[in-house]
Design a protein around this ligand. Structure first.
Ligand code: SF4
Length: 329
């Protein structure tokens, strides 16, 4: 990892506070995801104790893709503390323009090491393991690696991904940390919970042992478990392939504004004779796309956002390749 990538990630609030005091900032924005709202208030209160005026971004954020520096600036803030996530790199190389944003990833206190130590027997005979996880637990990645190595496993550390700044760190939209090492490993060990991130890791083609501090056990995500979602998208494109009007949706959130994907999708659709309309909004809601008389939309924002939507047909830009196949057959 380069220093440039690391520069804006901090481990402790007090480090950020010292920097803010050194810079002489008088008003500072605070932003965080739903799960840690009490922390946002705690940090705002600490800023006040030090004579710094906090301004809180009310809308929750799912990732540092939605960094709200412009909203903070509009309120007179000279800097923003983005809590809960590490710095996000734009996959299309757009400037995130985050000069005065301090990223303070949230580290979850649940005892993930106890879960690993008590359940590592589930990991079986796989000898070479890739170690990845969500940022909430990556502060314990070194301990997890040492533990597994002491138990006789060879552990390959994850790299940084296309959008991430911590080695081994996985996002719902970026399992590059796993893909980059998948040729070297038999399976992955994932530090975290839920299917959202492990399913992304499984696309690297190997099974994923999920060390889950919520279920307090290790369970297995099978290889390529997102395959069904992709098949469902292909089926949606086939169903609507004769529609004349198509929509393309992107977000005004900095890290979810994928203009290159919009352009490419538009070109593909127009090549197929479609009448294409481009939409933009901040946080995208399925219900906003009812009533336009358009039955199918291409999602060029957060790639995971529309996966569970059932009322309207949303597909990824990749699924448009089905139009070519349909034409050829
Ligand atoms: S999965 Fe979506 S919300 Fe999460 S970091 Fe990626 S773009 Fe942002």
């Amino acid at each position: 990892m380069t220093d440039e990538k690391l520069k804006w990630n901090y481990e402790e609030f007090d480090e950020v506070l010292e920097e803010i005091k050194d810079e002489g900032y008088e008003t500072v924005g605070l932003q965080g995801p739903d799960g840690i709202k009490p922390k946002v208030i705690e940090y705002a209160s600490k800023l006040k104790e030090h004579g710094i005026e906090p301004v809180i971004i009310g809308a929750s954020t799912f990732g540092a893709c939605g960094v709200a520096d412009k909203e903070a600036e509009r309120m007179g803030a000279e800097a923003l503390i983005h809590i809960g996530h590490t710095r996000f790199l734009h996959p299309e190389g757009q400037e995130m323009d985050d000069m005065n944003v301090y990223y303070l990833p949230y580290r979850e206190e649940r005892d993930i090491m106890a879960v690993l130590e008590e359940n590592y027997g589930e990991i079986g005979e796989d000898e070479k393991l890739g170690l990845v996880g969500v940022t909430q637990y990556m502060d314990r990645a070194d301990r997890a690696r040492e533990f597994l190595e002491n138990k006789g496993y060879e552990v390959v550390e994850g790299t940084t991904g296309l959008r991430t700044t911590e080695p081994g760190q996985v996002l719902g939209c970026d399992a590059g940390a796993a893909h980059n090492i998948s040729h070297k490993v038999d399976a992955f060990v994932f530090l975290g919970s839920g299917h959202f991130h492990p399913s992304q890791v499984s696309e690297a083609g190997k099974k994923v042992y999920v060390v889950d501090p919520y279920q307090e056990t290790i369970w297995i995500e099978p290889p390529n478990s997102l395959g069904d979602e992709m098949r469902a998208e292909y089926a949606r494109v086939l169903k609507y392939k004769d529609e004349e009007k198509w929509g393309i949706v992107t977000s005004s959130k900095k890290g979810q504004n994928y203009m290159r994907a919009v352009q490419i999708s538009k070109e593909i659709l127009e090549r197929h004779g479609k009448d294409v309309y481009v939409f933009v909004e901040d946080r995208i809601f399925e219900s906003d796309y009812k009533g336009f008389g358009i039955n199918i939309y291409v999602n060029c924002a957060c790639p995971r956002m529309t996966k569970d939507w059932r009322d309207m047909a949303f597909v990824s830009p990749k699924a448009l390749e089905m139009l070519d196949e349909a034409e050829e057959s």
